[in-house]
Design a protein around this ligand. Sequence first.
Ligand code: NAI
Length: 444
Amino acid sequence: MKTDLIIIGSGPGGYRTAEYAAKNGLQVVIAEREHAGGTCLNCGCIPTKTFCKNAEVIDALHEGETFGVENLKFDINFSKISERKQQVVETLRSGVETLLSAPGITFVKGEARFKDAHTVMIGGEEYTADNIIIASGSRAKLIPIPGIDLPHVVTSTELLDIDYIPKRLCIIGAGVIGMEFASIFNSFGSEVTVVEFLKECLPALDSDIAKRLRQTIGKRGVNFFMQSGVKEITKEAVIFERKGKEEQVEADLVLVATGRAANTESLDLENAGVAYTKQGITVNDDMMTNVEGIYAIGDVNARMMLAHAATFQGLHAVNHILRKKDNIRLDIIPSAIFTNPEAGGVGLTEDQCKESGIAYTCKKGYYRANGKALAMNETEGLVKLLADENGKIIGCHVFGAHASDLVQEISSLMTLDTTVQQLHEMVHTHPTLEEILQEVAEQF
Ligand code: NAI
């Protein structure tokens, strides 16, 4: 079959790109070997966020007395938690399937492999197109240590499908996945221990924010072993080396959250001559590979392993195919960690400014001085706003309730090259947490 565009993978990169391309008049074939919706919808962002909501409800119940709700007694029914998660996933999945049945889109179930630079085999059928977008995502990267294959050692995908709350959960890796699940399972009542190789959690985050987040989650009862490299997993324990000494932590279930690897294998990229490294497929700023007409978006190009990054890279790739100019700012991608409380950031961190010698000013604001935060009993929180010499906002990093929403406001403003002076003059609703941003802007 001949078509205009073949998309490999139906995650938030693939399906949103297919929808956009079809609306712009292209005939699209989109291939998927598993479920429609990809990692994000089936075993990533969405099921994790339903767990986050359960955790938030449980945390709120524990705080009942603060709000005058006394003598609360409750049990956690984990099968209901799982059922709700599954319902949310299935509702969204059928939404994506409907979207992929729209005019102009042919959704093909099966594994896609390149035959040559314009031909892709999907389940024995041959499809040709001038343009191909690879959006094949990533998978959990496992560390090659003894015991990694034991039945109680799981990745985040399997952890989302367990049918019980583990008594003792050990998490290897304090990255985004490790920290989100540490927060969730701590709320569910597990004894959680995190073992991390580096000195601080969440290496990509502002270091002040990362430290505060770890300390807060630590106070809630999560046990952290930092600068600790895991060497082995046995039936009873996770064994690691800390400051030259061997230590161990007992665990009933072990989550391996040591990063994700791009899905480059099984695509037969060699047949198309597409260049890639161990990290992922190499692309230019238009998301095009070394082969004219072949693009790679999302986790598989490893530029930024975030669902929304994949989506917007995909939209930009379609615009490039259509020779259509756009203003999508792929250099401004906000991110959030959905722990309780949340953390998030956009743009440069102080550490990055220092490393690259960029002149900047950083001002801080605190949740404890904000009326809404006090009313919500969410006084633990910090906002860091960074501006360059001309006052242009170049970064924002937040730790505290609804950090993702605060960061989004600044991300939108950065897209429009807003200055701190302009932010200060923008009317903000009272009382909201977003007023903290305006108050910080006033300090410049
Ligand atoms: P990560 O790369 O963020 O963190 C992995 C951590 O494991 C690192 O800190 C590393 O030092 C540590 N580690 C590696 N080997 C170790 C060992 N032997 N012993 C102890 N520690 C070890 O990877 P993660 O958390 O698996 O996330 C994967 C990707 O998924 C990330 O790119 C992330 O951005 C994305 N993601 C984003 C979410 C969000 O935006 N909210 C949610 C979940 C995932």
